[in-house]
Ligand binder design. Structure first.
Ligand code: ADP
Length: 501
């Protein structure tokens, strides 16, 4: 199959979140299964700054964004590092994309995002006609590419080979939808007849993700559980009925982790490397090094609780902060280490706690890839009580690094961590602990259950660690699931075409 990935983020060119990890890895893993894969993305400023070998081509074209505004662009070309067989095509349009960041600044989203990403979708369709292959699957990712399935259906002048390709829309986080005032509709280049409830209109506004969901042949989320949750009022972000209507086209595929980067045996960022056989000494050495680096008491008996992530409401800081305060103020025998950045109020509260309890609480505000690896390796438990989690990567790193995850049973967290109960201990499937009641007390209780097991039942503690470390969360497995879904989508598409003709 020939598959083209449309995205605004892919490592190493542009990243704000997990979307970049998926789109920077999945295409090469699918190519390794014997398919042809390419990526089309905007030439953001970060693409040039990535120094990842981008060259100009002589392909250029223009899109009529309004009767008086013809916007030209040219294509640049690179190759996904580490995967020479995956070309990356960049839409170079400096006025739209050569900016400080991808979607906006600290003061808010760029005001012309509807225009910018309408342009990207329309230019991507032009680019697909010029890359010289017939395309079987157009794999769209998140709202910025949401117009593409509708545009492909609507434009009867497109070559039939492109109109006949099957479309797949992956939702990486439903909270971001590309929801704009109706006045932005003309940028889409679509006729007003498409501004209706079954396509792009959502409560008299333009909704890019909604139109992608309504028109794509198949829809995926980044974990199976999240694909079910988003069909409920609690997690549907207002789109639950649209998603319920599309229920027979929705499924979930859990993201993989890049094992060339996240592998305790070869990870060059660690104080000591280890594997399933040597984890006890290895983790102890990493813990000792973290304790030393942050001037915590160097004592392996004191459990070290790690957290890495965005300081955002989604990640459950309203649960974490009270529990952290209880542990510190009551001088409970635990140490904590937090790495994160984001919401100023959370940053402030964390800094205050660090000032008051420097011997028990280590804090790093900011982004540090090295420290993220060292925390995953050196902590005994990793806390991730997200209110919702499309997939989540940190709990997967924790499993791989022998660090027990304590998670809320939501989305990808519930798909990847098995709660420790009598039955799961007995059948050897337990890998972590669930926060069973979504309150600070519920989180405290889950941490208490974990620490109780560590102190009173070290044999079972060891069993949890080794079960998690032995699991396969590689991209190969996820890529094979995408491969079968692509094949199924193509078959469905051909059947629909036959029945229409
Ligand atoms: P999300 O995509 O919602 O932010 P994930 O758990 O899916 O959450 O992925 C977050 C990724 O970003 C992980 O690889 C995590 O280690 C990394 N990360 C988040 N915050 C930081 C930080 N402050 N420093 C280093 N890495 C971070």
């Amino acid at each position: 199959m020939n598959i083209v990935y449309l995205t605004t983020e892919a490592v190493p060119y542009a990243k704000t979140g997990g979307l970049a990890d998926v789109c920077g890895t999945l295409p090469s893993r699918v190519a390794a299964l014997g398919h042809r894969a390419a990526i089309i993305m905007p030439a953001f400023r970060s693409v040039y700054e990535s120094h990842a070998g981008v060259e100009p081509t002589d392909i250029s074209f223009a899109i009529p964004m309004s009767p008086r505004k013809l916007v030209g662009c040219r294509l640049l070309r690179g190759r996904l590092p580490g995967a020479n067989d995956v070309p990356v095509w960049f839409i170079d349009q400096p006025q739209y994309f050569d900016r400080e960041s991808l979607y906006g600044t600290a003061t808010g989203d760029y005001p012309d995002n509807a225009e910018r990403f309408s342009f990207f979708c329309r230019a991507a369709i032009q680019a697909m006609q010029r890359i010289g292959w017939s395309i079987d699957i157009v794999h769209c990712n998140d709202w910025q590419t949401g117009l593409v399935p509708t545009l492909l259906d609507a434009d009867k002048k497109l070559p039939s080979s492109l109109r006949d390709s099957a479309t797949l829309m992956t939702i990486h986080n439903l909270a971001y939808q590309g929801n704009f005032p109706k006045s932005e509709f003309p940028w889409t280049g679509l006729d007003w007849m498409h501004f209706n409830q079954n396509e792009i209109e959502f409560y008299d506004r333009v909704n890019f993700l909604k139109t992608g969901i309504a028109s794509a042949d198949m829809i995926t989320t980044v974990s199976p559980r999240y694909s079910e949750e988003i069909q409920t009022a609690e997690h549907g972000c207002g789109l639950e009925s649209v998603l319920q209507n599309a229920a027979d086209r929705i499924s979930g595929i859990t993201n993989g982790i890049d094992q060339s980067i996240w592998n305790p045996k070869t990870d060059t960022k660690l104080a000591a490397n280890y594997d399933l056989r040597s984890w006890q000494q290895g983790k102890q050495a990493n813990k000792c090094s973290l304790q030393q680096q942050f001037a915590l008491e160097q004592n392996d008996a004191i459990p070290l609780i790690g957290l890495v992530g965005r300081l955002a409401e989604q990640k459950g800081w309203d649960l974490i902060l009270p529990v952290l305060r209880w542990h510190l103020s009551e001088h409970r025998p635990t140490q904590w280490i937090v790495l994160g950045s984001g919401d100023g109020q959370y940053e402030h509260e964390l800094r205050e706690l660090e000032k008051e309890y420097p011997n028990q609480f280590a804090l790093h505000i900011g982004f540090s890839d090295v420290l993220a690896h060292r925390i995953e390796a050196g902590s005994d438990v990793f806390v991730m009580p997200s209110h919702y989690e499309p997939c989540g990567l940190n709990q997967l790193y924790s499993l791989r690094y022998g660090t027990i995850p304590i998670v809320t049973p939501t989305g990808g967290l519930s798909d990847t961590v098995v709660d420790c109960r009598d039955e799961t201990l007995a059948d050897g499937t337990a890998t972590g602990f669930y926060v069973r009641e979504i309150t600070p007390h519920g989180l405290d209780n889950a941490i208490g259950r974990a620490l109780y097991l560590r102190y009173h039942n070290p044999q079972h503690w060891l069993q949890l660690i080794e079960t998690g470390m032995a699991q396969d969360w590689s991209w190969r497995k996820s890529a094979m699931e995408y491969e079968s879904l692509y094949a199924k989508t193509l078959t469905l598409k051909s059947a629909t075409k036959r029945s229409e003709s």
